[in-house]
Design a binder for this molecule. Structure first.
Ligand code: DNO
Length: 348
């Protein structure tokens, strides 16, 4: 496994100099954030980012994410043009040495939370999803850090109603079209594509979400039988419902070589199905992180792993979920477990 860390580029309050000092982190996960969704990334920008990362002794082999334009998800308007740009970006990234690309197919909104700074009992703050609060939220009048903020309220309204009429089966059909277009390019360039599960893995604001559970992941993978078509398995996204058994999913899909990229995040599921993000350590959340990592280890996983959202601790302020300290603790926790698993398997 290769331990990597997400970095948002020069605007990120966390610096590469800080990241390079986290024990065992060898690479960066990043993207070109200045390009409007749908446009191809320029070779010069990719190479400049790579150069900056490599100058700090870190590798740049994973991109998260190339966003998918809504016209592709809705299969309307300029979808073919945006798919062609997507392919061009894949080719350019591969040429620059990128081996793994994460993306998602969530309509309009990326990850959704009701609060970004809920204070936990130890005084740290975390992202939370309280079902009752989400019911009161109006997505046309707000924005979360993972969302595309370029839309006007009327555009969001129009998109929501377009997805409501498209429905789940319509979204599947459009995903299938997209996959059949881009996976051959990934195969040709030997780049591993990993879809990120929907976060949370259920419908929000009445629009369909389909990358949510085992049955749908099976269906997704069967769209193209090739290892370049896989999953960025995010334990916290799928794991915020106890219907998903993460160690079981990891054994199944990592065992089949279909997980190029793993996100390790812990969440605490509450009685009404709401959840709070927690420290990575198993005892703080509902997920057994040792069991999850053991499933990867037993499967001979040699892909990329990154710690996912962290809480804000020690007075840090910054990008919600993406501060330095708690994610660094997560990285070291992951590495510690991995090392112990290696010793255990040697001694048996
Ligand atoms: C949240 C992230 C997601 C993820 C995208 C991948 O912090 O895990 O925003 O990067 O969904 O496309």
């Amino acid at each position: 496994m290769k331990l990597v860390f997400r970095w948002y580029g020069q605007s990120d309050p966390v610096t590469l100099d800080q990241i390079r000092q986290i024990p065992s982190v060898t690479g960066i996960v990043s993207a070109i954030y200045s390009v409007p969704v749908g446009q191809a990334w320029q070779e010069a920008d990719i190479l400049a980012l790579k150069k900056e990362i490599e100058s700090k002794g870190l590798s740049f082999e994973v991109v998260e994410s190339i966003p998918v334009h809504e016209d592709i998800k809705l299969h309307r308007g300029d979808y073919q043009h945006y798919i062609d740009n997507y392919k061009l970006t894949i080719r350019r990234l591969a040429k620059a040495g990128i081996r793994c690309i994460c993306y998602n197919f969530m309509p309009v909104f990326d990850w959704t939370r009701s609060r970004l700074n809920h204070t936990l009992s130890d005084g740290s703050t975390a992202l939370v999803y309280y079902k009752e609060d989400v019911k009161q939220m109006n997505p046309t009048k707000m924005s979360l850090p993972g969302w595309d903020s370029s839309y006007q309220p009327e555009q969001i309204e129009e998109l929501i109603s377009a997805y409501q009429s498209l429905g789940e089966e319509g979204l599947w059909k459009n995903l299938e079209y997209f996959i059949k277009e881009i996976v051959p390019v990934a195969i040709e360039c030997d780049v591993y594509l990993g879809i990120h599960p929907d976060d949370p893995p259920w419908s929000v604001f009445g629009i369909p979400r389909i990358i949510t559970n085992e049955e749908n992941l099976d269906r997704f993978l069967s769209l193209y039988q090739d290892k370049h078509h896989g999953i960025s398995l995010c334990s916290g996204s799928l794991g915020c419902t106890s219907c998903n058994n993460i160690p079981k999913l990891v054994r199944k899909y990592a065992g089949a070589g279909r997980i190029p990229f793993a996100h390790i995040r812990n969440v605490k599921i509450l009685k009404d199905g709401s959840f709070e993000e927690s420290a990575h350590d198993s005892s703080y959340g509902s997920l057994d992180i040792v069991e999850i990592l053991k499933a990867y280890h037993d499967s001979g996983f040699d892909g990329y792993i990154r710690p996912d959202h962290g809480r804000m601790i020690w007075g840090e302020t910054g990008k919600p979920g993406y501060g330095l300290y708690d994610r660094a603790l997560g990285a070291v926790y992951i590495k510690g477990i991995w090392e112990a698993l290696g010793h255990e398997s040697k001694n048996h």
